[in-house]
Design a protein around this ligand. Structure first.
Ligand SMILES: O=C(O)[C@H](O)[C@@H](O)[C@H](O)[C@H](O)COP(=O)(O)O
Length: 244
């Protein structure tokens, strides 16, 4: 399926449009099947969307949103590096989500202590349980992207990116600090109905161009991510600057 590529003058316009489409997608999903299942991302754009939604989330019924994370840093719960903590501050502490429907990845001082493998396995079990024995087909997976094309904590030429069976894996050597993370794998990302990339900055332009010209996921992990129904790239002019 051909991706939809939208180019905006700046980050603010990118975030505002993505937030507006987020409201549309979630309200349609709720009308269609009751509960909308969304995978959130860290990164400045992913968090900016949440902040935008805190002030305007239209007709979203937050009690019927099932929230997951594409990755999180395996650090103590109160570490400002936690994607979950940033999401709470930006949005989740400001809207009436159902706590039973919010599924953070374990912190390194949580139920599994410093055992990242057990923490990753537990998240995989939680996904399978919620999906009645299989991983849910998320309505939407938001993705930030690094300049080398990483998405979630899937970096070029790594076992995590190449993983084709497991749904959740531990990463112990992320080239982007902090080194220890838990991440969804590409097979899980690609079960999502919609995959949206939120990418700004000229430093991302090479990865954006690679993904748009058939690069391999091993080299450019972003190139391996696509939704079953739609894939949308929300770009600013810098990130789009290498597109022909
Ligand atoms: O876990 C992480 O290290 C971040 O979530 C990271 O993957 C982020 O999403 C990208 O670096 C994009 O960041 P920006 O949206 O700030 O460009």
């Amino acid at each position: 399926m051909t991706p939809e590529t939208l180019v905006f003058d700046d980050k603010d316009a990118l975030v505002a449009t993505a937030a507006s489409r987020f409201v549309d997608l979630v309200t349609h999903a709720q009308a269609d099947h009751g509960v909308a299942s969304i995978v959130l991302t860290g990164g400045s754009n992913g968090i900016a969307i949440l902040r935008h939604l805190a002030s305007d989330s239209g007709d979203i019924d937050w009690s019927r949103v099932e929230l997951f994370w594409g990755d999180d840093r395996f650090v103590p719960a109160d570490d400002p590096e936690r994607n979950y903590g940033q999401a709470r501050e930006a949005l989740l502490d400001k809207v009436p989500v159902d706590p039973a429907r919010v599924h953070p990845m374990a912190a390194s001082d949580g139920d599994f202590g410093d055992d990242i493998e057990s923490a990753a396995a537990a998240y995989a079990e939680a996904l399978a349980h919620i999906g009645a024995g299989q991983v849910p087909h998320f309505d939407l997976h938001l993705l930030g992207m690094g300049g080398e094309g990483h998405i979630n904590s899937l970096f070029p030429h790594t076992a995590a990116t190449a993983e084709s069976e497991k749904t959740v894996v531990a990463v112990e050597d992320s080239p982007k600090p902090p080194p220890r993370r838990i991440t969804l794998t590409l097979p899980v990302v690609n079960r999502s109905k919609a995959v949206w990339f939120l990418v700004a900055g000229e430093d991302k332009a090479e990865a954006v161009a690679a993904a748009h010209t058939g690069a391999h996921a091993a080299d450019w992990p972003c190139a391996g991510a696509h939704g079953t129904d739609e894939t949308v790239w929300f770009l600013d002019r810098g990130a789009a600057s290498r597109l022909t």
